[in-house]
Every structure is written in structure tokens, then in C-alpha cells.
Design a protein around this ligand. Structure first.
Ligand SMILES: NC(=O)c1ccc[n+]([C@@H]2O[C@H](COP(=O)([O-])OP(=O)(O)OC[C@H]3O[C@@H](n4cnc5c(N)ncnc54)[C@H](O)[C@@H]3O)[C@@H](O)[C@H]2O)c1
Length: 287
């Protein structure tokens, strides 16, 4: 049986991933802070006939992340899937942001992703070096804020853009061990997004609730973790309910050779800026 770890699996998107992966036949380590959220999801999985165990490890703690990966390997005899999903928000404009608001967000998202991915990668590398055929999956989590920018989220965008870049490198490195690495940029109604959504959109209708059900994202994650996606790696999937897009990265266009003269350089730089595609808006579109 395939073994999966879902960080932040006690609520929101992580809960949906854990339930969907368990229903697809994976044994799941449901990780979340505090005693009840992970245990409640484990009970839900067990009630539906699935296999799961709870973990309360803090992903920002490097040693705890090692223990989380070891728990999966020890309990289920291996590790096949890691979904690095745990997250927090501490929104504030740059001029007003405190050091703690910056550090906390970077710790949970960026270090938390590294810590769990590092220990999983070491596990997969050891198995591959021992001659085992590994068929692993690492799913990381970015956001529209990190890909396209969003006011009030410089800490979160820095972490999430970092995770998108991290995904490209991890995909290149872990390919040799039989592991794919892909990133999701979800949109879903969760504890994290309910208050901001109410502020921007007002009362949330039933149709909008359906559109923002975490289950839409979980279906894509489950596919990425399955056998059909064995050759898909290094991609970023932007999932907004039923709408799915592939977010492509930085491209170098246009390029030019610097002229000697400083005035000419200024004109050439202006021309290049005018000819370059505009940055995407929050919908990921060039407008
Ligand atoms: N909901 C969205 O629309 C949306 C959009 C873009 C990105 N995301 C990302 O998706 C992920 C899940 O978010 P969500 O909306 O389900 O939020 P959520 O708050 O419902 O769930 C996140 C879970 O992570 C857990 N967590 C926080 N710090 C942790 C730590 N140090 N160790 C272990 N667990 C920890 C929390 O306790 C919580 O249960 C996050 O990475 C978030 O940034 C969500």
C-alpha cells in the first residue's frame, strides 16, 4: 500500500487531500498542529474504511520533520507521497510588517517545505541507492500571490514564490531517484481565506462555495500522486475550482546587447521594457 504524508492535513485543503488520497487507497499520515485536527481527520478516514495515523509534528522544526517522515516509513513500511501543504497567513503591508510576521510566514511555508522535503528526499535517495525502484511524489504549495503578486502579502508571496522555484530544483534533483515534484496554487474556501473572501466578495453564495470546495484541488493532487502522472514533473498547477491552468515560469524576452553609449542604453532598456509581455494580473492573465 502506498504511504502518503499530508502536512497541515487537519483542516481545509490538507484535510481534503488526506480524505481523497485515503479514498484512492493510500495509507495517510495526517499531520497538523494540536491534538484534535489531525486526529479528527484520521477518525473520518477510518470511519470510511481507510488507513491513517495522526502526527502533531511542527514542520518548522527540522528534527520534528524528520520524525514525521520516519513515522510514515515506520508505520506503513515506506513512503511514496509527500504533500507539503501546511500554511499560515500574517498579512500586512510592507511598511507596517513586523519582523515576527515575516519570520513566522517564512518558517512555516519555506522552511517547513524544505524540512519535510529534505527528509523525504534522503529517504528516497537511500532506497534508490539500495537498488529499489522508487515511484515517489512530492507536491508543494504555492499561491497566486507568489506567482502574480498581491498587496499586503510580501512575506507570503516571498515564501510562495520561493516554493515555486524550489519545486523546479527539487524536480531536477529527485528525477534521478524516481520521484516527481509538482506544485499547486490552489483557490479554495478555508479558514485561511474565508475572512479575506468575505471582505472582497461579500456574502459567499452556495454556488461560490461549490466552486471553492477544496475537493476540486484534491482531485488534481490525487491524480499527480497516482500512476498516470509518473512522467509529470516540475510543473505548477493553478487550480480555481473547476478551472485548471498550468502556470509557466519566467521567460527571457526580449534580449539585446548593451550599446556603448549610456543614452543609447537607456533608450534600449525602455524599448525592451515596452516590448516585454506585461506581468500577469491576479487571474494569471496578461491584460
Ligand atoms: N485556501 C486557498 O485559497 C489557498 C490559496 C493559495 C494557497 N493556499 C495554500 O494552501 C495551503 C493550505 O491552506 P488552507 O487554505 O487549507 O488553510 P488552513 O488554515 O485551512 O489549513 C492549513 C493547516 O496548516 C496547519 N499548520 C500551520 N502551521 C503548521 C505547522 N508549523 N506544522 C504543521 N501544520 C501546520 C494549520 O494548523 C492548518 O490546519 C497553505 O499552504 C496555503 O498557503 C491556500
Amino acid at each position: 500500500m502506498s504511504a502518503a504524508v499530508v502536512t497541515g492535513g487537519g483542516r481545509g485543503l490538507g484535510r481534503a487531500y488526506a480524505l481523497t488520497l485515503a479514498a484512492a487507497g493510500h495509507a495517510v499520515v495526517v499531520n497538523d498542529l494540536g491534538d484534535s485536527p489531525a486526529a479528527e481527520v484520521v477518525a473520518e478516514i477510518a470511519a470510511a474504511g481507510g488507513t491513517a495515523v495522526a502526527s502533531t509534528h511542527d514542520v518548522t522544526d527540522f528534527a520534528a520533520a524528520a520524525a514525521l517522515i520516519a513515522l510514515a516509513a515506520d508505520t506503513f513500511g515506506g513512503l511514496d507521497v509527500v504533500v507539503a501543504n501546511a500554511g499560515i497567513l500574517r498579512d500586512r503591508t510592507l511598511a507596517a510588517m513586523s519582523e515576527a510576521e515575516w519570520d513566522d510566514v517564512i518558517a512555516v511555508h519555506l522552511k517547513g517545505t524544505f524540512a519535510v522535503a529534505h527528509h523525504a528526499a534522503a529517504h528516497w535517495r537511500a532506497r534508490a541507492k539500495a537498488g529499489e525502484a522508487v515511484d515517489g511524489r512530492l507536491i508543494t504549495t504555492t499561491s497566486a500571490s507568489g506567482l502574480y503578486g498581491n498587496i499586503g502579502q510580501s512575506n507570503y508571496a516571498a515564501a510562495k514564490a520561493g516554493i515555486a522555484g524550489f519545486t523546479l530544483v527539487a524536480a531536477q534533483e529527485l528525477r534521478a531517484y524516481g520521484v516527481t515534484v509538482n506544485c499547486v496554487a490552489p483557490s479554495a474556501l478555508t479558514r485561511l481565506t474565508e475572512a479575506p473572501l468575505r471582505r472582497y466578495e461579500g456574502e459567499i453564495t452556495d454556488a461560490r462555495r461549490h466552486e471553492l470546495d477544496p475537493g476540486w484541488v484534491a482531485r488534481v493532487v490525487a491524480w499527480l500522486c497516482g500512476p498516470d502522472a509518473r512522467d509529470v514533473t516540475g510543473r505548477v498547477f493553478d487550480i480555481r475550482g473547476p478551472q485548471v491552468g498550468i502556470a509557466s515560469g519566467w521567460h527571457l524576452e526580449p534580449t539585446f546587447t548593451q550599446p556603448e553609449d549610456a543614452d543609447q542604453l537607456g533608450r534600449a532598456l525602455r524599448a525592451a521594457v515596452a516590448a516585454a509581455p506585461p506581468a500577469a494580473d491576479m487571474e494569471g492573465q496578461r491584460r
